[in-house]
Each structure stands twice: as C-alpha cells, then as structure tokens.
Design a protein around this ligand. Structure first.
Ligand SMILES: NC(=O)c1ccc[n+]([C@@H]2O[C@H](COP(=O)([O-])OP(=O)(O)OC[C@H]3O[C@@H](n4cnc5c(N)ncnc54)[C@H](O)[C@@H]3O)[C@@H](O)[C@H]2O)c1
Ligand SMILES: C[N+](C)(C)CC=O
Length: 526
C-alpha cells in the first residue's frame, strides 16, 4: 500500500455537509451551516458567542462561518465521552473492528466529498487530497480495524510458584486530543482511530481554521454505527477551549499535535493531574546528500520533500546538507526546479502547489525569508506572486536560501512553508553533526549509494524516522513520532494503538492458603 501514502508525482466548491444535518432551516447561515460542534452524536451550534470564518486561502472565499464552542460546550462533550466510556470499553475487539471496517467503506464512497472539502478549507490541490490525504486516511482506518483485534502482552504463566500472572491491556478512559491545520483529516484520523480502536472515548479539538473534515469524519463514524458520545468534536479556539480540554479533570489522557511552544504548555497542564501525554510537535528535517548519491534523485527528493503541502509538513525537508563537491550543482538544479513549480487553486489541474493555509502563515514565512536576506542569499522565489489570479490567495513562491550560518534563524527555526535552506559539508562527521544540530528530531533523510554511510546515518541521526534515498513516505504499519523537542509518543502503527491502552498485571494466588510463605519470611503474624 506504499503508493497511496507517497507524495504524488496536485475551482473550488464551497464545503458542505448540510445533507448530513437534521434541520436545514435552523442551521443555515450566510455562508452555510452554523452547526459545527459534534457532541453526543448531534451536530450543534457553539455557544461562545464568537464566530470564525473558514476561508479558502487560494481564493479568499468564505467557505463556512463557524460559531465557536464555549467551555460549557466542551464540558458537555467531555461528559458525553465519559458517559459513553463504560459501554464502549466493554465492546469486543471484533465489534469495534466491525464498525471501523464499515466506516472505511463509507469513507471510500464519500472520498470525493472529503477531498473537495479538505481542499476548500486548506487550499490544497485536489491532486494532493485525492491521492494522499483521503486514501491515506482510509488505509489508516483499515489498519486500526485490524489493530483493534491484536492486543498484545507477555505470556500468562507462573512466574512465582504460588501465583498465575497475566496481562490485561485496557482502555484508558476519555482522551482529549488537539490537532493542527496542516493535514486536518489525517490528523483527526491519527488521533481518533487508535483511541477508539482500543476502547477509549474521545473529545477532539481540530484547528479552528480547518474544522470541516473532522466534523464530517465524526459524523461518518456515527453513520457506520459508532455509539453516540464515543467521538465528539469541539471547534473552539486554542487558548480557551484547547487549554481547557488539556486541563480538564475528567480527561484521562491528552494527545496533542502542533507546535513545540504550545506542546510545552500542554505538558505543564497535564502535570497537574499527572495525565498520560502524547506529543507530536515541530520538526526541522535535514536531507543529507553525500558525494556518492545519485544527484538527480536527491534533487527530486529535495524538491518534493520540501514542497509537499506547500512545506507545511512537520517532516518536510527543510535543511539540505550537501557535500561541497556537489553543492553548486545541487543548488542550481533545485533552483531550476523550484522556478518551474506551478502554483494554483485546488481545482487547477496544472498546479503543483497550493497557497499557505492563511495570510497569517504566509506573512510568517515571508517575514523569516525577509530577515534571512540580511545574512544569506535567496536564489529562488522569496516573494508572493500576484499574476494569474494568485493575488487573491496566500501564495508564496518556492524559496531556496544559501549562505546562511548554521546558527541563523532560517536554519534553526521552523518556517513551515515552501522554503529550503542549503548548507555545505566536507566530512561525514560534519554532515551528521549538522543534521543533529537542532532541538527537533522528527525526521531526516540520507542520500548515498554507500551502505556503510547509509547505516551510519540511520544509527547516528537523532530522529523518529530516517529515510535512505527518499524523504516523506509514511505507511500505516510504521510509527510516526519524534525524538528530542519534536515530542514523544507515536502515531500510526501498533505502537500508537498501544499508547492508548494501559497494561494491568493480574496475579492470582493458587494454593488458597491463609498464611503465605512470604508472610512467614518477613512477618511474625501474632
Ligand atoms: N509532529 C507531528 O506529527 C506534527 C504534525 C503536524 C503538525 N505539527 C506541528 O504543528 C505546527 C503547526 O500547526 P499549528 O500552527 O496549528 O500549531 P499550534 O501549536 O499553533 O496549534 C495546534 C493546535 O493547538 C491549539 N492551541 C493553540 N493554543 C493552545 C493552547 N494554549 N492550549 C491548547 N491548545 C492550543 C490550536 O487551536 C490548534 O488546534 C508545526 O509546529 C508543526 O510542525 C506536528
Ligand atoms: C502527517 N504528516 C506526517 C503527513 C505530516 C505532518 O505534518
């Protein structure tokens, strides 16, 4: 199934899931539905009194207007999840798998709709959502349907002569999850699926600017037979509703994907009640190109790996660390390919790349590039295009930066946009040192035809994933997650499933005696 997860060799319709809603008249707002909370199996309106427009960043059109959740809405969602937990956690693995299998088939039927809505709320090319986001999500659902039936533990046995010990792997309870805006559908899937497959219930807060496919996802799960309250989606802002979810006394585990800065606050909040924490944070992935690499393959990998999802990918190639003997050629070839990249709106079939998710994100990217001009050289891109109708969107040209010092902002900090910086190296030791010269450790790649070099890179680069001669592919069976300040815990794979369970040791005394041997050894019971 590797093909459906790899980056594909790229006009907007307003998002709509109105036909899933029970009461059209009550729900309609100027730009569509106002029912953007999914609590206890019902689509509801948020009660905070604040609204937020979901905007297609390719066109600046308003897709939907969301009435944001209040903390009271959040409390209702947590209460629904709490009350659904006893029954859901006692379902058999086979029952949970059956619902997930049905859900996967529903998602297949609605794939075009999911792809369209995902593109409209993020500006992503339909090519990307059709070939990557939606099929990847369906494969994930099928994976976790299977994983739910593979509870693992050590063998039951008499490790003490008087007792039989066995392992139970149990659900944790109510999970509070927070997701970012870069892959809204996939992130919802990565949070929800392992949690419910293991028998937990969940309250998910998607990024408030891209909530639509998370709501559709929850609704489709209900259509597949998921009981009310098992999955709840609350659309509210991070500082109030997000923080309240992480601190909620009735939430047993928190799972957060987003920036390292907010991740730290999540960790602090979880410490108060000693909650289990799962953090998937930022990245600054190196792509290390040795002198024996097939250079054109490395150039392709650098272009696709840095520009996927307009660079808004936590594993995106951001720092090309290139042997000095091939450095000039590498820079020239990447710059040429960057210049050839076509930008466009989701439905533009010629387009390779969409816009940034918002004008705010574009300004952040442009600000970092503008500051970098003061200490480095921008050899491709570095501006927001206005020709060909792109002026209405948050577009930014693929940007290549050279001659930056290893400790400069553009090399050290996460840009989260279509920007690649290239650094030269002379020795293998220097390459590995530069690759590890970051607080992040999410992903990395090494490009070489020398087996020993490849093996050294996979062993010595401190990252949760090291690719050899590729950069970006992910697969449901294998874990995704960081080292260092990229967080801890794994998404996807059996590792993720296990994180949403807790291991219980059950020890049964076998002989039925009142005074046990160990009592006599350490007590004189009188
Ligand atoms: N490691 C991974 O798997 C992974 C995947 C995708 C994105 N990311 C990271 O996410 C970041 C980009 O996403 P972003 O800008 O949405 O990140 P962000 O940290 O600003 O926001 C992420 C989520 O946290 C919420 N939030 C904001 N303030 C909060 C608070 N005080 N308490 C609780 N929740 C709060 C937001 O509403 C949003 O839903 C990048 O750093 C990227 O690397 C990591
Ligand atoms: C989800 N993933 C791994 C595709 C990219 C993270 O931002």
């Amino acid at each position: 199934m590797a093909t459906q997860r790899t980056f594909p060799a790229r006009r907007h319709h307003p998002a709509s899931f109105l036909h899933h809603c029970p009461d059209t008249d009550a729900r309609q707002g100027k730009h569509g539905t106002h029912m953007h909370q999914f609590i206890n199996g019902q689509l509801l309106s948020g009660t905070s009194g604040n609204t937020l427009d979901v905007i297609n960043p390719a066109t600046s059109e308003v897709v939907e207007t969301v009435r944001l959740a209040s903390v009271t809405d959040l409390d209702a969602a947590v209460a629904a999840a709490r009350s659904a937990f006893p029954a859901w956690s006692r379902t058999t693995a086979g029952e949970r798998a059956g619902i997930l299998q049905k859900f996967a088939r529903i998602m297949e039927e609605r794939a075009a709709e999911f792809s369209r809505v995902e593109s409209s709320q993020t500006g992503k090319p339909l090519r990307l959502t059709r070939e990557f986001d939606v099929p990847g999500t369906i494969d994930n659902i099928d994976f976790f349907a299977g994983a739910s039936r593979h509870l693992e533990g050590k063998a039951t046995a008499e490790y003490s002569p008087q007792h039989t010990s066995s392992i139970r792997r149990e659900a944790i309870g109510v999970v509070g999850s927070i997701a970012p805006w870069n892959y809204p559908l996939q992130m919802a899937a990565w949070k929800v699926l392992p949690a419910i497959a293991a028998g937990n219930t969940i309250v998910l807060k998607p990024a408030e600017i891209t909530p639509l496919t998370s709501l559709m996802f929850a609704q489709a799960l209900t259509d597949a037979g998921l009981p009310d309250g098992v999955v709840n989606v609350v659309v509210g802002d991070g500082a109030s509703v997000g923080a309240a979810l992480m601190q909620h006394p009735d939430v047993d585990m928190v799972s957060f994907t987003g920036s390292t800065a907010i991740g730290r606050t999540v960790l602090e909040a979880a410490a108060v009640n000693a909650k289990r924490v799962h953090l998937e944070l930022g990245g600054k992935a190196p792509i290390v190109v040795f002198d024996d690499a097939t250079l054109d393959a490395a150039v392709h990998g650098a272009v696709a790996g840095s520009l996927i999802n307009t660079g808004q990918d936590c594993t995106a190639a951001t720092r090309a660390i290139v042997h000095r003997s091939v450095y000039e050629e590498f820079v020239a070839k990447v710059a040429e390919r960057f210049e050839g990249i076509v930008l466009g709106a989701p439905g533009d079939t010629d387009a390779d790349l969409g816009p940034l998710v918002s004008f705010k994100q574009r300004d952040h990217v442009a600000g970092m590039v503008d500051r970098a001009r003061g200490y480095s050289k921008v050899v491709a891109g570095g501006y927001a295009p206005t020709d060909g109708g792109l002026g209405d969107g948050a577009f930014y040209r693929p940007t290549l930066v050279v001659d930056a010092a290893p400790d400069s902002e553009i090399v050290k900090d996460e840009v989260f946009g279509p920007v690649l910086v290239v650094l030269p190296f002379n020795t293998d030791d220097e390459a590995i040192r530069l690759a590890n010269d970051t607080v992040y450790g999410l992903a990395a790649s090494a490009w070489t035809n020398n087996l020993q070099r490849a093996m050294r890179a996979t062993r010595e680069i401190k990252a949760g994933c090291v690719w050899v001669n590729d950069h970006i592919p992910i697969i449901s069976e294998m874990p995704h997650g960081g080292f260092k300040q990229s967080g801890f815990g794994k998404d996807m794979s059996a590792y993720s499933f296990e994180e949403y369970t807790q291991v219980k040791h059950v020890m049964v005394e076998l002989d039925g005696v009142i005074e046990k041997d160990w009592h006599r050894t350490i007590f004189t019971l009188r």
